[in-house]
Design a protein around this ligand. Structure first.
Ligand SMILES: C[S@@+](CC[C@H](N)C(=O)[O-])C[C@H]1O[C@@H](n2cnc3c(N)ncnc32)[C@H](O)[C@@H]1O
Length: 280
């Protein structure tokens, strides 16, 4: 299929309608490259009409959505948030009798929720927090990355994979040497680490989320709002906020902003926000 301006416009509309992701003018090349790859597999698609028809099939729609997500992530990305979780949030919940509830809302291939799980596991080493139980719910719209997150298998090289000094990766991952010259390993999350984790597919653009009111103590929403227009970011933030407990913590990515939540949170700096009161 030839991809001209008419096709690009339609693709933008289709991606927005199913994900809320806005592909700006500078993304023409990216759209073309990704579509061309998709059309190599589905050579029967010869026109926009074929594509629209094919999108009625749920399996193809899933593949189409996965084509347009950007999944860049790494372990302990924006490490100050894990320091804050370890030094302020978890000690503050030490008197809690039930589980600490954490939601990671765009978990990509899983490095972010596994970093959260390791941080929680480390906090149990302190006598005051040894009794704490954790539930870490992770979601993403992209079913490919969710599968990879559930597997928990990653390539790892001590020089390039930035774990903080207080984490010993071998405590949480089994490892197999891939290349001894380069010290490259394949690591696999141990069952003990996975035990308190749940993964689910969820579209942040949906008008309601499958969680209880004020269910979570902590919400990570990092490096995903940037793909949405401001009015859509505001709606997502408002929905997420309704699932955060008063006093709970919201972490946003480095170039994201709490927008309409500003009057309802205490800003601790470094895109760390504490819920002061519900948003009406
Ligand atoms: C750049 S990654 C960020 C991953 C991680 N949060 C981090 O900060 O490293 C953005 C993720 O958002 C997901 N995403 C994009 N649109 C989404 C939507 N509408 N609902 C849920 N997840 C979405 C993508 O699939 C991708 O995995």
């Amino acid at each position: 299929m030839q991809i001209g301006n008419r096709e690009l416009k339609k693709i933008r509309e289709l991606v927005y309608a199913s994900t809320g992701i806005t592909l700006g003018d500078k993304k023409d090349m990216m759209i073309k490259n990704r579509l061309n790859k998709l059309f190599q597999t589905y050579s029967e698609i010869e026109s926009l009409e074929d594509l629209t028809r094919k999108l009625k099939n749920d399996t193809f729609k899933e593949i189409f959505i996965n084509t347009f997500t950007t999944n860049k992530t790494h372990f302990f990305r924006e490490g100050h948030h894990f320091e804050d979780l370890r030094n302020r949030v978890l000690p503050g919940l030490a008197s809690r009798s039930g589980s600490v509830q954490i939601y990671c809302s765009a978990s990509s291939t899983g490095e972010e929720p596994y970093s959260i799980a390791m941080t929680c596991a480390e906090s149990k080493a302190s006598a005051k927090q040894a009794h704490l139980q954790y539930r870490i719910v992770s979601s993403d719209i992209d079913t490919n990355v969710l599968r990879r997150a559930q597997e928990g298998i990653y390539s790892f090289s001590p020089d390039n994979t930035p774990f903080p000094a207080w984490i010993n990766p071998t405590k949480y991952f089994k490892r197999r040497l891939l290349d001894d010259q380069k010290e490259e390993f394949l690591i696999k999350a141990k069952e003990g680490l996975k035990q308190q984790m749940e993964f689910m597919q969820m579209n942040l653009f949906d008008t309601a989320y499958p969680f209880g009111k004020e269910e979570f103590d902590v919400i990570f929403c990092r490096n995903v709002l940037i793909y949405f227009e401001i009015p859509d970011q505001q709606k997502i933030l408002k929905r997420l906020f309704s699932h955060l407990k008063p006093g709970g913590t919201l972490y946003l990515g480095h170039s994201e902003s709490p927008l309409n939540l500003s009057n309802y949170v205490q800003n601790l700096g470094q895109n760390i926000f504490v819920k002061q009161r519900p948003m009406p």
